[in-house]
Design a protein around this ligand. Structure first.
Ligand code: ZN
Ligand code: MN
Length: 496
């Protein structure tokens, strides 16, 4: 017998607003003292009224647009009622039957060149407020539990996928692509340590029956996965556990309700949680304190016009326009929008994407890491690097000299901003310009051949490596010679 794995994700993303979604409190509550970033509204005091933060709504809509969702012109707010100490009002303001967006998709990029992307449909994305945080004393000394409401009322977009994922690895790669998109859109910092992106995974199996039928096993929701690795591990664990469970009990989706489980990263295992309420138990109803939101087509197209190009589209362009491998394109995209912009500026100037990618992912990144510079602090603007790389491709200097110039110009505590002029001056000063005097090179080659009969004989009897020593001697004799052209001219003389 065998089975398919069926996975759907619910992802909560904290939007990057200055203030909370229904009040004016600051969202910069880390590392503020507990319960200082609060007001009557987010504390749920009687009589306090919520007012929608327009910025939160705009960021939410841009998120949905990035996910290729439909955006209805009318949306409303609902109360999701449950009792838990971190929820001071006794309900969460959320969206039930008329979310602000639905029916989108996000493609998981191919893993290697030649693969095709995998489409994951987005069922809906809705806007809601976050709850507070329970702090449990685990010392066993009976200090009890405390509540910090600083986070209560922070704007969250909840993104719900269709159950289109078929294994733990794709779930992880979907989350990575989602995170990249949200960071590019600038809607969230997606800091997983601080809980800006949290994931619940719904997992079950479709066991292949004897007559070709598919038997769905009970659905398990693994809650609050706060890293990509944990999400992958939790799903892998669940698949094995559910398969064992099915073989033991034969239980299907019809015999058992959906249950929730937590994940313990230390043991790499999921564990049973309290039973979850069904939608009916939440007694959703429209929030009478908030007016529904209507938007116009004009408003939507204005917001659409402000969207940046998606990572998926950039990835494809980097491959098509600049000839990058999927791997190189991804390395550049992962460094963020500014780095990708920088790459494009250099590559479009030099018309050599591969060379630009190599330089960015090796030299530039090394310096940024060593010096702890952001790209805005980096003293080598894209046009200057483009100029330097063009000198290499037109054989005015060697690749080695270019690296020397590059390193020289970024040295020091506060190096000056590099220009084409400073690059040219440095090359002249150091005598790094390539010698194009082929006559001088040929004379040096003839001389070296004459002085090294042994190496010449070795080469002629098939030892390719013998040429290396000869090239080295010619290079020493003619400073600034292009090693590539020395090699070509030497081989010509040896073979001639
Ligand atoms: Zn507040
Ligand atoms: Mn939610």
């Amino acid at each position: 017998m065998s089975y398919d794995v069926i996975i759907g994700l619910e992802v909560h993303v904290q939007l990057q607003t200055q203030t909370k979604v229904f009040c004016g409190c600051s969202t910069a509550f880390n590392p503020q003292a507990p319960n200082t970033q609060t007001c009557p509204t987010c504390l749920g005091l009687p009589g306090a009224l919520p007012v929608l933060n327009k910025k939160a709504f705009e960021l939410a809509v841009q998120t949905a647009m990035g996910l290729n969702c439909e955006i209805p012109l009318f949306t409303k707010w609902d109360r999701k009622q449950y009792f838990y100490p971190d929820l001071p009002k006794g309900y969460q303001i959320s969206q039930y039957d008329l979310p602000f967006s639905r029916n989108g998709h996000l493609d998981i990029p191919p893993a290697t060149d030649g693969d095709t992307p995998i489409r994951v449909r987005i069922l809906r994305a809705h806007l809601e407020e976050d709850a507070g945080k329970n702090l449990h004393d685990e010392s066993g000394r009976g200090a009890g539990s405390m509540i910090d409401l600083n986070r209560a009322g922070t704007p969250l977009v909840e993104i719900v996928t269709e159950p289109d994922l078929r294994n733990a690895m794709s779930a992880r790669r979907f989350l990575e692509e989602l995170r990249l998109l949200l960071v590019y859109l600038g809607v969230s910092d997606c800091n997983m340590q601080e809980g800006s992106l949290r994931c619940d995974a719904n997992v079950n199996l479709h066991v292949h029956g004897p007559d070709g039928t598919k038997i769905p096993t009970p659905i398990v929701e693994v809650k609050n996965l706060n890293s990509f690795r944990f999400t992958e591990q939790a799903i892998e664990f669940e698949v094995a556990r559910q398969w064992e469970q099915y073989q033991k009990t034969g239980q299907t989706i019809h015999d058992a309700p959906k249950v929730t489980r937590g994940f313990d990263p230390d043991r790499g295992m999921t564990y049973a949680l309290r039973e979850k309420e069904e939608a009916a138990d939440y007694r959703y109803f429209p929030d009478p304190d908030l007016v529904p939101v209507t938007v116009t087509e004009e408003q939507l197209s204005l917001w659409r016009s402000r969207l940046v190009e998606s990572p998926a589209s950039r990835r494809e362009r980097f491959r098509q326009e600049y000839g990058l491998s999927l791997y190189d394109a991804q390395v550049i995209l992962d460094q963020g929008v500014l780095f990708a912009d920088y790459f494009e500026q250099v590559a479009s100037q030099t018309k050599d994407g591969k060379q630009a990618a190599n330089w960015l992912t090796q030299e530039v990144q090394r310096v940024l890491n060593d010096r702890r510079w952001t790209l805005t602090e980096f003293p080598f603007p894209a046009p200057a690097l483009g100029h330097l790389l063009s000198l290499v491709s037109t054989k005015k200097i060697t690749g080695k000299s270019a690296k020397d110039v590059f390193n020289l110009l970024v040295e020091g505590d506060e190096p000056e901003v590099v220009t084409s002029e400073t690059i040219d001056a440095t090359i002249a000063e150091r005598g790094l310009a390539l010698v194009e005097d082929t006559g001088a090179i040929d004379m040096a080659i003839a001389d070296v051949i004459g002085r090294n009969p042994k190496a010449v004989q070795d080469f002629r009897s098939g030892k390719q490596a013998a040429a290396g020593a000869l090239i080295g001697q010619v290079m020493k004799a003619v400073k600034g010679a292009d090693p590539q052209s020395v090699r070509e001219r030497l081989l010509k003389q040896l073979e001639g």
